[in-house]
Design a protein around this ligand. Structure first.
Ligand SMILES: [Cu+2]
Length: 218
């Protein structure tokens, strides 16, 4: 009869001890994890085409293995989806937002292809699955009827870095070497034939409408 009694007592002790230990561990880990924040202030590009001054802010908060991306925009074409990514160079050199000197064909518009010498390549997409690194997707945010949107997504930093390093032969995200760009004007927008895009994708989808360099803030 002693053995069952002993087991019952032990079970009770374990049941009490486990939550206390878990709570203690949680406190310790949250106290030791600091947050690193990066911000990009986005300003309008190609606003003579959009007819609006798009502006906004992208925030990247890293706590432990958690990366939370928040992008708020206003003044963007309403009622439509907007592609958004960070762009950069796989070798890690500094990307910068293009100026009008990037308009090499002189059509008055800086198209996606003309941004490449300044911003590099399209790297991480901000839609429902950034870690998948799939650029062509229909889960980017959609602007409301007043031309604003808010996007937020939390991903595993290590999962994103692993996928990123494999795809770009890079060594880490190097967020402060990248720029965020937001794209897209309504499909019926008249654009000169000289406005270049990705193969098979209308220029209205990829035309940059806002850009901001990512900077570490704390
Ligand atoms: Cu982009």
């Amino acid at each position: 009869m002693r053995v069952p009694v002993f087991n019952t007592l032990l079970a009770g002790a374990v049941a009490i001890a486990v939550p206390a230990a878990a709570a203690g561990a949680q406190q310790t880990s949250s106290a030791s994890k600091s947050t690193t924040t990066y911000v990009a202030r986005l300003v309008a590009m190609n606003s003579k085409v959009t007819g609006h001054k798009a502006m906004g802010r992208a925030t990247f908060k890293i706590t432990g293995d958690s990366l939370t991306i928040t992008i708020r925009m206003r003044g963007v074409p309403a009622n439509m989806m907007h592609l958004q990514h960070f762009h950069g160079f796989p070798d890690g050199h500094q990307a910068v937002c293009p100026t009008m000197t990037a308009d090499k064909n002189g059509d008055g518009i800086i198209d996606l292809v003309e941004t490449e010498p300044a911003v590099g390549t399209t790297m991480v997409p901000f839609h429902d699955d950034p870690v998948g690194l799939e650029i062509v997707k229909d889960t980017y945010p959609k602007a409301s009827k007043d031309g604003s949107y808010r996007y937020e997504k939390t991903v595993s930093l290590s999962a994103l870095e692993t996928a990123f390093n494999a795809k770009f032969a890079a060594n880490g995200l190097a967020l402060d070497k990248r720029v965020v760009m937001v794209h897209g004007v309504p499909p019926d927008t008249k654009l000169p034939a000289s406005v270049a895009s990705l193969p098979g994708i209308p220029a209205q989808v990829t035309i940059p409408i806002a850009c901001g360099a990512i900077k570490k803030v704390k």
